[in-house]
Structures are given as structure tokens and as C-alpha cells.
Design a protein around this ligand. Structure first.
Ligand SMILES: Nc1ncnc2c1ncn2[C@@H]1O[C@H](COP(=O)(O)OP(=O)(O)OP(=O)(O)O)[C@@H](O)[C@H]1O
Ligand SMILES: [Mg+2]
Length: 248
């Protein structure tokens, strides 16, 4: 059974404007999936639905077979423990008034996991390669790449099964981007990542499977190697042609 099943999901922010059309895909335990498409194709909207921040207007999302029910607090607590997110902007996503210790501990508090939290925080900081003295510092004392490591530490502190990463490396310079992708690759030995990006090259280097989204519709999906070798859809071919050089 899939960990996450998105079943014929449609969604619109208003009745006139549909943003997602009949979207179906699955995420299996331990398998990284890349969600690729141009700006405005609906990638972040899919993550919003997966986080339970909005409800599909049609279709269903399942977690281990159970329908996602944003109103069910017990379910959402279990779900949030399993599914955490990392966003694009490492500057706005961290509360500037909190020390790293408080920021990274946030999911533990929100999930009501009994303390002491310190060992889990230290383990998460260790896993993302931040020094232990980071714990008592504030976000403004860190670079963009380091801030993204803090955001990733927060995402992994409760040891989720899935991380939703929305353009998580797009704001970083090239060498930092490569290092954060390496970090995500190492973390994905123990959890799956749904990696959203308009950058097919980065997705290909990290994800075993790819979903191509065009204007709210999945036009192609499957094994990364197959899709890169034999892109079937003109939109995928266009995306591929716009990748300057494929990193391996
Ligand atoms: N809060 C909102 N209210 C109304 N429309 C929205 C809202 N958020 C997104 N949209 C619209 O939904 C569509 C999909 O947006 P979405 O943010 O999901 O795209 P995306 O693929 O994540 O794009 P990008 O690569 O630029 O982040 C766009 O047409 C966008 O204008
Ligand atoms: Mg987006």
C-alpha cells in the first residue's frame, strides 16, 4: 500500500478558476518523488492540500489508506508526525525571535511529544551538519544555507516518514544548493521526500520517480531514468531542453 495516495484530486481557489484537474499519484515509503512544472502549474497547491491546509474540491488524499481529514485532530496529529515540510525561503520561514533550540523543537511541542526534547534537537542538528553551539543562537546569525539546514532540522526532528520540500534549494547559490541536495539525499535513506521544483536537473539527481505537471494536470509520470531517456510529452521535452546541463 502507498504511504500517500492522491486520488483524482481537483481544486480551485475560486469556483471560476480550477487550479488542479484530476490529479492522481502515489508516494511509496522510502521512494523520493519529484514534482516538476513551470511556475503556476500547481505544485505548491498540491503541497497545500497534502498538508491539510486546503481541501480538494473533488477526489481524495489518503495516508496509509485512511482519508485525510483536516478536521480530525487525532488523525492530523498522527499525520503531522509522519509528514513535515521545508519551504523555499530560509529567511522568512524561521521565527527571528526564537533561538534555534526553540525553532527546531516546534514540531515536538506541536505534536505534544513529551520532553526532554534536547536529545532529539541535538540529533537533528547533528544530522543536518550544524555545530552544537547553534542551539543557543538566533536565525540572523546564520547564512541562507545554514538557515535551510535549521529548517530541515525542524522538519526531521520528529523523525517523519515523508518530507515535503517546496523549492527548498531554489533560493540558494549553486554550491550551497549542491550541499543541501547532498544532505537531502543522505536523509532520504530513512525517509521519503516529495521534492517540488521547476529545476528538472536537481530533481533528477535526487528522485527515483518524477511527476510532470502542466497547468494543473499530470502529463507524465514514472521512473526518472525512463522519463529522461524517453520523454513522451512535448511539455516534458520542452522542460528537458531548458535544462542546461544534467548533473548526475
Ligand atoms: N492563495 C491563492 N489564491 C488564489 N490563487 C492562487 C493562490 N495560490 C496560488 N494561486 C494560483 O494557483 C495557480 C497555481 O499556483 P501554485 O502556487 O500552486 O503554482 P506553483 O507550481 O507552485 O508555481 P511556482 O513555481 O511559481 O511556485 C496559479 O495560477 C496561482 O496564481
Ligand atoms: Mg510554488
Amino acid at each position: 500500500m502507498s504511504m500517500i495516495a492522491v486520488e483524482e484530486v481537483s481544486f480551485g481557489y475560486s469556483r471560476e478558476q480550477r487550479v488542479l484537474h484530476d490529479v492522481s499519484f502515489a508516494i511509496r515509503s522510502g521512494v523520493n518523488v519529484g514534482l516538476v512544472g513551470e511556475s503556476g502549474s500547481g505544485k505548491s497547491t498540491i503541497l497545500k492540500l497534502l498538508l491539510g491546509l486546503a481541501r480538494p474540491s473533488a477526489g481524495k488524499i489518503r495516508f496509509n489508506g485512511e482519508a485525510l481529514e483536516p478536521g480530525d485532530r487525532a488523525f492530523m496529529r498522527r499525520y503531522r508526525r509522519a509528514v513535515q515540510a521545508v519551504f523555499q525561503d530560509p529567511y522568512s520561514s524561521l521565527d527571528p525571535r526564537q533561538k534555534v533550540e526553540g525553532i527546531v523543537a516546534e514540531p515536538l511541542r506541536a505534536l505534544g511529544i513529551p520532553g526532554p526534547h534536547r536529545p532529539a534537537i541535538e540529533a537533528a542538528l547533528h544530522d543536518v551538519g550544524l555545530p552544537m553551539d547553534s542551539i543557543s543562537r538566533y536565525p540572523h546569525e546564520f547564512s541562507g544555507g545554514q538557515r535551510q539546514r535549521i529548517a530541515i532540522a525542524r522538519a526531521i526532528v520528529a523523525r517523519p516518514q515523508l518530507i515535503l520540500a517546496d523549492e527548498a534549494v531554489s533560493a540558494l547559490d549553486l554550491s550551497t544548493r549542491i550541499r543541501i541536495v547532498e544532505l537531502l539525499r543522505a536523509l532520504s535513506k530513512t525517509m521519503a521526500i516529495l521534492f517540488v521544483s521547476h529545476d528538472l536537473g536537481v530533481v533528477a539527481s535526487l528522485c527515483e520517480e518524477i511527476i510532470i505537471l502542466e497547468r494543473g494536470r499530470i502529463v507524465e509520470s514514472g521512473k526518472t531514468a525512463d522519463i529522461l531517456a524517453h520523454p513522451q510529452h512535448p511539455y516534458t521535452q520542452k522542460l528537458l531542453a531548458s535544462v542546461p546541463r544534467m548533473p548526475v
